[in-house]
Design a protein around this ligand. Structure first.
Ligand code: FAD
Length: 510
């Protein structure tokens, strides 16, 4: 065992889409800074960011009903939908910059145009969807959204879902063609390839075991090299903990006061993937339903066309469940070891408040394949068991914290940047809207941790993300310019129907 000491400017812990994005932003802003990445797995993008571990939705609130709540007076609140959509526009602009600057190529390898649809059944739900459509479709961010409650029109939009449907309940859908399917795994790998070409040191099979402050104000990261068994100590001026589900434990090890009264609630996921190319060929959209009563927002099942490894696939899910692991490759002790004297009351309060949710998630884990098929048949009435396999998705660790509105131990469904007061270390916790808003969230890391550089960096940020600091919803002409440019560069205006194939069967199907 050796004790190597190495100094650098920036350490990124974890090779997921968040570290990839932060590293890429920093390389453009300060090319001279030395960056090192430590990833415990053998490759980049193998945990939540992997294409088989998440749903690949470019979340822009085009189809997710949980971003548009009905107010007590019956009107629809679209403020959250506007926020999520604007954040996705930020990601699209940065990816456009990377492609135009030839820092990454072949955008079709990570992003494809795909209609986003919401589908509901029952009189009240149809009335809700119509009001939601009326509130959104006049907004420039949601231009092009259509609504229909005409079964013939729906048959044209979603034949696989409408065929053999016998229910007499009213049914309706909205459809918007500017939606996307994003292969966040491919994007992560591309970004790390680009970083590698810019002399960023990528250390795979290197697991970070500890983080502590040195007497000269740097951060010392203790890393175990899995191949050699050696332990290395690296110091940096700035550390980003982009370790997905592993972030909470590392944040706790850092000892910063901001780590207190924060916990994590793990939610596991499963997808059903179609192995019949004839069925796959009959669907071309992401179709989101409405969450069942008692179900958390991230468990809303959806029937998605996906483009993975340049093949068209069809996935249904994710079915949420409970597992105490914080990473798919994590330990059964993750939840237990995250409870510390300084968050135990927050965790206990969350436990007491979320008993029904935990019970729901445990019940979900116990569902047989046939029970899952019944849920799928609400979307595809004639779905056959033999056409569908189960694939294990990634883990999401939702943030638990004390809030003014929700009190002690409140479960959060968003992402959260936790940083030290002096900005020398930051961690990303939480999972939703997730990878889609990676660029927006990493800009937040820069603003929180490098306030002294922001004035100097602003012109470059604006070159990469022209809408930085500008509300797009309030500037429809500018929005249109941005949309034209991103759609053109990322190939989102034209449709590729050439990729019709069955999914890769070498994945971890159960
Ligand atoms: C089921 C599911 C569906 C989702 N659907 C969507 C969606 O449709 N759209 C969307 O935008 N987002 C979605 N998300 C969220 C999205 O996947 C995540 O927000 C995003 O991938 C998180 O990226 P990350 O880089 O923070 O984490 P990860 O991709 O998990 O990367 C973290 C990395 O850190 C490494 N690591 C952990 N601990 C250590 C350590 N101690 N030392 C070294 N390395 C370490 C891990 O091995 C991993 O590679 C979904 C997530 C799940 C689980």
């Amino acid at each position: 065992m050796s004790n190597i000491q190495k100094k650098t400017d920036v350490i990124l812990i974890g090779a997921g889409v968040m570290s990839a994005t932060l590293g890429s932003l920093l390389k453009e802003l300060v090319p001279d800074w030395e960056i090192k990445v430590f990833e415990q797995l053998p490759k980049a993008g193998e945990e939540s960011s992997n294409e088989w571990n998440n749903a690949g939705t470019g979340h822009a609130a085009l189809c997710e009903l949980n971003y548009t709540n009905e107010r007590p007076d019956g009107t629809i609140d679209i403020s959250k939908a506007i926020k999520v959509n604007e954040q996705f526009q930020v990601s699209l602009q940065f990816w456009t910059y990377l492609v135009n600057s030839k820092l990454i190529s072949n955008p079709q390898d990570f992003i494809m145009p795909l209609p986003h649809m919401s589908l509901v059944q029952g009189e009240n739900n149809v009335a809700f969807l119509k009001k939601r459509f009326e509130a959104l479709s006049t907004n420039p961010l949601f231009k092009g959204m259509n609504f229909s409650d005409d079964p013939e029109k729906l048959m044209e939009w979603i034949p696989l879902i409408m065929k053999d449907r016998v229910s007499d309940e009213p049914i309706a859908a909205t459809k918007i063609d500017s939606g996307t399917d994003v292969n966040f795994g491919a994007l992560t790998r591309m970004l790390f390839e680009h970083l590698n070409s810019k002399n960023v040191e990528l250390n795979y099979k290197h697991s970070v075991k500890n983080i502590k402050r040195t007497s000269d104000g740097l951060w010392e990261v203790k890393v175990r090299n899995a191949d050699s068994g050696t332990v290395e100590r690296h110091t940096a001026k700035f550390v980003f903990i982009g370790s997905g589900g592993g972030s909470l434990h590392l944040l706790q090890k850092s000892g910063i006061p901001e780590r207190k009264n924060i916990g994590g609630f793990p939610v596991s996921g499963l997808f059903m993937v179609c192995n019949n190319p004839d069925v796959v060929a009959q669907h071309e959209a992401k179709v989101y339903g409405k969450a069942k009563v008692g179900a958390p927002p991230m468990s809303v099942p959806h029937l998605d066309t996906r483009y993975i490894d340049n093949k068209k696939s069809l996935l249904f899910g994710p079915f949420a469940g409970f597992s105490p692991r914080f990473l798919k490759t994590g330990s059964l002790l993750d939840l237990l070891t995250s409870v510390k004297p300084y968050n135990v009351f927050t965790m206990l309060a969350a436990g007491a408040k979320n008993m029904p949710l935990t019970k729901y998630l445990i019940q979900q884990v116990m569902l047989s394949k046939e029970k899952r098929m019944e849920e799928l048949r609400e979307f595809i009435p004639n779905a056959k068991s033999e056409d569908w396999d189960i694939v294990v998705a990634g883990q999401r660790v939702q943030v638990i914290k004390d809030t003014e509105a929700g009190g002690k131990g409140t479960l959060q469904f968003g992402t959260e940047v936790v940083s030290a007061a002096d900005g020398s270390i930051a961690a990303l916790l939480g999972a939703s809207p997730g990878a889609s808003t990676a660029v927006h969230v990493m800009l937040e890391v820069l603003e929180k941790c490098f306030p002294q550089h922001m004035n100097e960096w602003e012109p470059k940020i604006k070159e990469m993300i022209p809408s930085y600091g500008i509300s797009l919803v309030d500037n429809p002409t500018f929005l249109q310019e941005i949309k034209t440019s991103t759609e053109q560069t990322l190939g989102l205006s034209e449709k590729s129907n050439t990729l019709v194939d069955a999914p890769d069967k070498n994945k971890s199907f159960e």
